[in-house]
Design a binder for this molecule. Sequence first.
Ligand SMILES: NC(=O)c1ccc[n+]([C@@H]2O[C@H](COP(=O)([O-])OP(=O)(O)OC[C@H]3O[C@@H](n4cnc5c(N)ncnc54)[C@H](O)[C@@H]3O)[C@@H](O)[C@H]2O)c1
Ligand SMILES: O=C(O)[C@H](O)CO
Length: 334
Amino acid sequence: MKKLLIYPAIDSTRLARIEDVSDQLTVCNASELSAALTEIKDADAFFGKISPELLAAAENLQWVQSPTASLEHYVFPELVDHPCQLTNMRGLFYDVIADHVMGFVICFARNLHRYIRQQTESNWQPIGGVAGKPNFVTGPGQVSEVDRSHLHLSDCTLGVVGAGSIGAEICRRAAAFGMQVCAVDPIATEVPGVVDEVWNVDRLNDLLDVSDFVVIAAPHTPQTEKLFRTAQFRQMKSTGYLINIGRGAIVDLTDLTAALQNGEIAGAGLDVFEIEPLPAEHPLWQMENVILTPHIAAASTHVPERHLETLLENLRCFLADKPFLTPADKQNWF
Ligand SMILES: NC(=O)c1ccc[n+]([C@@H]2O[C@H](COP(=O)([O-])OP(=O)(O)OC[C@H]3O[C@@H](n4cnc5c(N)ncnc54)[C@H](O)[C@@H]3O)[C@@H](O)[C@H]2O)c1
Ligand SMILES: O=C(O)[C@H](O)CO
């Protein structure tokens, strides 16, 4: 018999799905910390918010499942030193976050974010054109400023930093829009059918040189913390856009704000921030070339079921003594 402790407690429907996994399993669903502290003593496995206090009370813990993909606010020194295996919730959001990224890309390419602002003012103003002019059509073969101000995605390159499950799906979607695609990653070597050679991270500058859209889909690790500072923005094309759906800590917000103010890059689409919520007085809120979403790129009706399926699959692996579906590196937070 193995014992799984869940804390904080989950609802009865999900609890029943977990209990159904095996009759060799006892599940304890603790709503109070005092109960969790007692129950963790002989627990083999834990799902939820572990803390140094809970870990110190555990005498037999072999597996801890985090409720989130990212681990930077989850891992603490005692957990790193503890012999238990850690798993996380990665690989659940690949399609919906890739959709979110393509939303940013299309808005910037076609100026939709600016037209939405103009619509609220009943303002007919082709971007690059003249206010109030009926349309932008010029003679055959003549390319107008309005034409130049609206990107053709098949002329653009999208570069992904972190070609994991989300990054690879972004590559696939961008390629389906006719874009050229490249990526850097310390482990992944290809995105089958889309990127024949994923570059090593030491080629980040090459990616920044060629990309019209730079998309961060990497985790927050000691190696990625503040990976994007002034030097990286200067390396990007001045017409390039930065999109961050990975983690806020990867991008220095002060440097990004300066790069946008100085025209060193063309714009930014951000779902994650160094400080969340982004303070109301932050200058990014007011920038016309910035699209902000409040860390909701993964929000979807499908994701909660995928969360549960990942927990159930890792639980089956644990009970069968097989390799976990989503093992996490405690030293490197992923
Ligand atoms: N915006 C959101 O709501 C949201 C939701 C889920 C996940 N995320 C973030 O997205 C990240 C990626 O998720 P995933 O499911 O694709 O995870 P994943 O583990 O499948 O992929 C992460 C990839 O990043 C690579 N990587 C690690 N260090 C790197 C570095 N220094 N430079 C470039 N690449 C590096 C890894 O090798 C891996 O291939 C998560 O860690 C999380 O931080 C954000
Ligand atoms: O890491 C995750 O699981 C998502 O970004 C939600 O925090």
